[in-house]
Design a protein around this ligand. Structure first.
Ligand code: UDP
Length: 235
C-alpha cells in the first residue's frame, strides 16, 4: 500500500522515496471548480504522456522542472516540492475567463503575451490577484515574482513554438511552481490539455478540456487527436 500524501481533482500524489513523489493521474474530468465532474476512461494515461512529453521538452531547453520519469500508463515520478500557492496563467489569445471580461475581443491575439496570477484557493474560486497585491498583501518577494513571470514566459515560448510546428496553437496555459529543498524555483504540477488551451491552427477546433467544459465534443477524441499531432500515437 503506497503512502497517499494528497488527492486533488485530477490526480493523487503518493510518497515514492526520499525527496520523490508519484503523481498518478485519475480518469476524471472536472470543470467550474468541481461543479461539473465525469469519469473519462483513458484520460489519465493520455495526460501522463502529455506531461512527460512537455516536461522532457522543457528540460532539454534547460528549464528546471520537477520531472524525473514517466511510469506508464498513468504516473509521473517527480521531485517533491514545496508548492507556491499561485496559478500563473500566460495568454496568447483572448479566451476563457478573459473573454468573459472582454467578450468583444474573443480569440484576439495578445502581443506580447499576458501573464496573470490567481490565488490557489478553492473556497474563493481561485481569485485573480495583481502583482502589487501579491507583494503588499501576501508578502511575495518582488524579485521572485519577476523570476516566476520570466520562467512562465519561457515555458509559453518553448511550448508554443513546439506545438505550432505540429499545426496546433497554444492559446493559454496555467503553470504552478514550487521550491526544492535548496530553495530554487522549479516548474511543478502538470502541463496537459487540462491546463492549456490548444486549438487546431487550420480549423480552430479545441483539442483541450474546453470540449468537456462547454460540450464542444468528445474529450478523449480531442486529446487523442492532439496526441497524434504531437507524435505520441493514437492511444
Ligand atoms: N486553468 C487551469 N486551472 C484552473 C483555471 C484555469 O488549468 O483552475 C487553465 C485553463 O485550462 C486555461 C488557462 O488556465 O488553459 C486560462 O484559464 P482561464 O483563466 O481562462 O479560466 P477558465 O476559462 O479555465 O475558467
Amino acid at each position: 500500500m503506497q503512502d497517499l500524501l494528497y488527492e486533488g481533482k485530477a490526480k493523487k500524489i503518493y510518497r515514492e522515496g526520499e525527496g520523490l513523489v508519484r503523481q498518478r493521474f485519475k480518469d476524471i474530468a472536472t470543470a467550474f471548480n468541481g461543479e461539473k465532474k465525469a469519469t473519462v476512461v483513458g484520460k489519465a494515461a493520455l495526460n501522463a504522456r502529455f506531461c512527460a512529453l512537455f516536461f522532457e521538452l522543457l528540460e532539454k531547453e534547460a528549464l528546471p522542472t520537477h520531472f524525473v520519469s514517466f511510469d506508464p500508463p498513468d504516473s509521473l515520478i517527480t521531485l517533491e516540492l514545496k508548492m507556491i500557492p499561485l496559478e500563473v496563467v500566460v495568454r496568447n489569445r483572448v479566451a476563457g475567463s478573459l473573454s468573459k471580461r472582454f467578450p468583444a475581443e474573443d480569440k484576439k491575439s495578445l502581443e506580447p503575451p499576458v501573464v496573470e496570477y490567481f490565488l490557489k484557493n478553492d473556497a474563493q474560486n481561485d481569485p485573480k490577484v495583481e502583482e502589487d497585491l501579491l507583494v503588499s498583501l501576501f508578502h511575495y518577494d518582488k524579485k521572485e515574482l519577476l523570476e516566476l513571470r520570466s520562467f512562465a514566459l519561457k515555458v509559453n515560448e518553448i511550448l508554443g513554438f513546439f506545438v505550432q510546428t505540429k499545426g496546433v496553437d497554444l492559446i493559454d496555459l496555467k503553470l504552478e511552481f514550487g521550491r526544492s529543498p535548496d530553495g530554487s524555483i522549479l516548474l511543478g504540477d502538470e502541463i496537459s490539455p487540462d491546463t492549456c488551451r490548444f486549438w487546431d491552427v487550420e480549423t480552430g477546433e479545441s483539442l483541450d478540456k474546453d470540449r468537456f467544459r462547454f460540450e464542444k465534443g468528445d474529450l478523449i477524441e480531442g486529446y487523442q487527436k492532439l496526441a497524434t499531432r504531437l507524435g505520441l500515437g493514437g492511444s
